[in-house]
Design a protein around this ligand. Structure first.
Ligand code: URA
Length: 243
C-alpha cells in the first residue's frame, strides 16, 4: 500500500501545487477512471491508473537513470559556465531533483548514474560499501606485466596508498596501450594518478561499470535511459538497502 496526496503526485509529474488545484478542480484528473475534483485527496497509488488529460502519470517514488557522460561535461546538476550532466535530462527529471552518483572528471566519459534517492547515491559512493568501478584507459607507452603487479600490490600515491586493484592489459603497443582497471575507491583523479605513477599517463578514460551495472552499449555519449527494475533492485541490494 502506498498512499499519497494527489497534489504531491502531480508535483512529481511536474505540476506545481497551485496549478494542481485548478487542474484538478477542472476535472482533468482521473484515478482508476473516476474524476477527482479535490487536489488534497489521498489516493492509493500502488497499481493505480492515474491520468491527467488522459495521459498516464508516474507514481514511482524515485527516478534512477544512467547517462553516457560525454567529455566536456561536469558531473553536477548546475554550473554557470560549463555544461553539466543534468542538462542532458528532461526538465521533469531535474525538477524531481535527480543528482549524480559520484563524479567523473570533465574530460572522462562513460557511466554516470543519477537518482532522486540521496541515500542510495550516498551508499553507492561510500567507501564502506566498496562498490567496484571498472574503467578503460588509453595510456601512453607500453604497459608491462610488472605494472599489473604494482596495481595488485596497491599503488602508493603522495597522499595515500591505493587499495589493491585488478588491472589488465587489453592492447599493448610501443606508443600506447589500452588497459582496464577495477577500483573500489573514488579519490580525486585516482585512476589517472595510478597510471601516471607507474609511468603511463592516461590520454583517455571511460567508465564502463559501477556496482555490477554496465553502461548500456546502445547509448551514445550524451544519451541516457532510465534504469530497469532489475537494475534498480540490484543497486539497492548492492547498497545494502534491500534484501
Ligand atoms: N579516476 C580519474 O582519474 N578520474 C575520474 O573521473 C574517475 C576516476
Amino acid at each position: 500500500m502506498s498512499k499519497m496526496r494527489l497534489d504531491k503526485l502531480l508535483s512529481m509529474n511536474g505540476v506545481s501545487r497551485s496549478q494542481a488545484i485548478v487542474i484538478v478542480r477542472g476535472g482533468a484528473v482521473t484515478v482508476n477512471g473516476e474524476t477527482i475534483l479535490n487536489s488534497a485527496t489521498i489516493i492509493e497509488t500502488e497499481g493505480a491508473d492515474i491520468r491527467l488529460n488522459g495521459k498516464r502519470l508516474r507514481t514511482d517514488e524515485h527516478l534512477h537513470v544512467m547517462i553516457h557522460k560525454p567529455s566536456g561535461y561536469l558531473t553536477a546538476t548546475e554550473d554557470k559556465e560549463t555544461p553539466v550532466v543534468a542538462d542532458l535530462l528532461p526538465e521533469l527529471f531535474r525538477k524531481r531533483g535527480v543528482g549524480p552518483v559520484g563524479r567523473l572528471d570533465k574530460d572522462v566519459t562513460g557511466l554516470v548514474f543519477m537518482t532522486t534517492d540521496g541515500q542510495l547515491a550516498h551508499r553507492l559512493i561510500s567507501p564502506k560499501w566498496e562498490q567496484d568501478k571498472l574503467y578503460r584507459a588509453r595510456v601512453e607507452g607500453k604497459v608491462e606485466e610488472s605494472a599489473v603487479q604494482r596495481f595488485a600490490e596497491g599503488i602508493p600515491l603522495k597522499d595515500f596508498t591505493c587499495k589493491p586493484a585488478k588491472m589488465s592489459i587489453l592492447e599493448r603497443g610501443e606508443e600506447e596501450s589500452v588497459c582496464e582497471v577495477i577500483v573500489q575507491e573514488g579519490k580525486f583523479h585516482q585512476v589517472k594518478r595510478m597510471f601516471a605513477s607507474v609511468g603511463h599517463p592516461v590520454t583517455e578514460l571511460k567508465r564502463l561499470m559501477v556496482a555490477g551495472i554496465w553502461l548500456d552499449e546502445s547509448l551514445e555519449p550524451g544519451q541516457w535511459r532510465e534504469l530497469t527494475e532489475e537494475e534498480v533492485n540490484h543497486l539497492y541490494k548492492a547498497a545494502g538497502m534491500k534484501e
